[in-house]
Design a binder for this molecule. Structure first.
Ligand code: T46
Length: 181
């Protein structure tokens, strides 16, 4: 397992160690002790999620303002552009975004600590997105920010309009969003 730095210091890109042979491959997709040793993050995951989306579906930007969730995300089929936005007002990278291609081919994972908005857009015909969270889903605390917010100016690499849920189509502007201290 390798931990790669990102433009936002607390966001970590993780490359698990792959053991390939003539049958295919094996990898430990998560190892608590190794994760803690390599990231310095001693976390407890309480929920595993799995979503499947077709090309150009964009889910996000989502976060929980209370019971904020740390997320360890990965793709097991297809490819996405995964985006995190720093919503911690005290952070030197407040309002900054960073995007990473996660795919079944590169096996890369992204660790987002609590305090980030998260979203992804599907680049392949379909994508299966798996992630662990450090707190439970709490819809009453969920907040959304528009994918196309002009102040964030996220480059999703899209040449067509994304497919959004009603909730995401009606998301808040970043300037009006509740953020973290
Ligand atoms: C997130 C979640 C959803 N649900 C139910 C609620 C809805 O009836 C249905 C679909 O929910 P939603 O449209 O919010 O799903 P996504 O758009 O994939 O939301 C997720 O997408 C972005 C990328 C994230 O980072 C968050 O983890 C999460 O907000 O699943 C649950 O029962 N438990 C859950 O943890």
């Amino acid at each position: 397992m390798r931990v790669l730095p990102t433009p936002i210091p607390d966001l970590l890109l993780i490359e698990p160690r792959l053991f390939g042979d003539d049958r295919g491959f094996f990898m430990e997709s998560f190892n608590e002790a190794r994760f803690a040793a390599l990231t310095g993050c001693d976390v407890r995951f309480v929920q595993d999620n799995h979503s499947r989306s077709s090309r150009h579906v964009l889910r996000g930007l989502h976060y929980q303002i209370r019971q904020p969730q740390g997320k360890l995300v990965r793709v097991v089929a297809g490819e996405v552009l995964d985006v995190a936005v720093d919503l911690r007002r005290s952070s030197p990278t407040f309002g900054r975004w960073a995007g990473f291609r996660l795919s079944a081919e590169n096996h890369r994972q992204l660790w987002l600590p609590p305090g980030f908005a998260h979203g992804f857009v599907v680049l392949s015909p379909s994508a299966d997105f798996l992630y662990k969270t450090t707190d439970y889903y709490a819809p009453e605390h969920e907040r959304t920010i528009r994918w196309d917010d002009p102040d964030l100016a996220i480059d999703w690499g899209l040449s067509v309009a994304p497919a959004l849920s009603g909730k995401d189509a009606a998301a808040a502007w970043f300037r009006d969003a509740e953020v973290f201290p």
